[in-house]
Design a protein around this ligand. Structure first.
Ligand SMILES: [Fe+2]
Length: 242
């Protein structure tokens, strides 16, 4: 009987250990070399297996034993108390941001078309796709140091371009425009230094060759329909005049 209880105890702990490490590295949709010549295979491999893996490992470590260790990634990103820990904030952001980045990139031959809905909304908000490109690139180029440039859907269901520092993202409680990310561009040097050294503008041109507008359109549609998540993101407070 004692053995049976001990076995059950060990089994429970074994299961618990697995559950206590909830976040895992996603697989890239394509092979490392498929993103070349725009992003080289070595950069893709190091970016995923070293940088992104480190965010996943450190996130699991940072959440262990906290009240947030069974939260979903979105729940963590939306929780102000959880984000008061730099380790949770940086690594939860790092995991979310990179997972989204891999999803929206595809080699030319595998890219799908933009939806009529998203195309119309881009024209309404920015004039045309080229103007959106200029605005996103401006946000990416003017981000001092490391960070991200984003296309988001705001709580008012408008498209907007924003930029965040480090591994922050627009789901977090920032003193900036919040929203659900539709597309994000990583402008950390680790994303481009091997091939482009300090030439961030050249890397941005290359990223635009890899954007899969079919996936971005699907993300736009899902964000529009995700009223539960949108309801948890407060609109940006207007600054008082005077
Ligand atoms: Fe990165």
């Amino acid at each position: 009987m004692r053995h049976a209880v001990l076995s059950l105890f060990l089994l429970f702990n074994a299961v618990f250990v697995v559950i206590a490490q909830p976040f895992t590295l996603p697989k890239l949709p394509y092979a490392y070399q498929d993103y070349a010549p725009y992003i080289d295979a070595q950069t893709m491999e190091i970016h995923l297996t070293k940088h992104h893996q480190a965010y996943v490992n450190n996130l699991n470590k940072a959440l262990k034993g906290t009240p947030y260790d069974d939260y979903t990634l979105e729940d963590v990103l939306l929780n102000k108390s959880a984000l008061s820990s730099d380790a949770i904030r940086n690594n939860a952001g790092g995991h979310y941001n990179h997972s989204l980045f891999w999803e929206i990139l595809a080699p030319k031959a595998k890219q799908g078309a933009i939806s009529a809905d998203l195309s119309k909304e881009i024209n309404t908000s920015f004039g045309n796709l080229d103007s959106l490109k200029k605005e996103l690139n401006k946000a990416a180029m003017s981000r001092f140091g490391s960070g991200w440039a984003w296309l988001i859907l705001t709580p008012e269901l408008k498209l907007a371009v924003v930029s965040t520092a480090n591994q922050d993202n627009p789901l977090m409680h920032l003193d900036a425009q919040r929203g659900i990310p539709i597309a994000g561009i990583d402008v950390w040097e680790h994303a481009y230094y091997l091939n482009y050294q300090n030439r961030r503008a050249d890397y941005l041109s290359a990223v635009w060759e890899l954007l899969n507008w079919q996936i971005i359109s699907e993300k736009y549609q899902k964000a529009k329909e995700n009223t539960a998540l949108m309801g948890r993101i407060a609109p940006l407070k207007k600054k008082k005049k005077g």
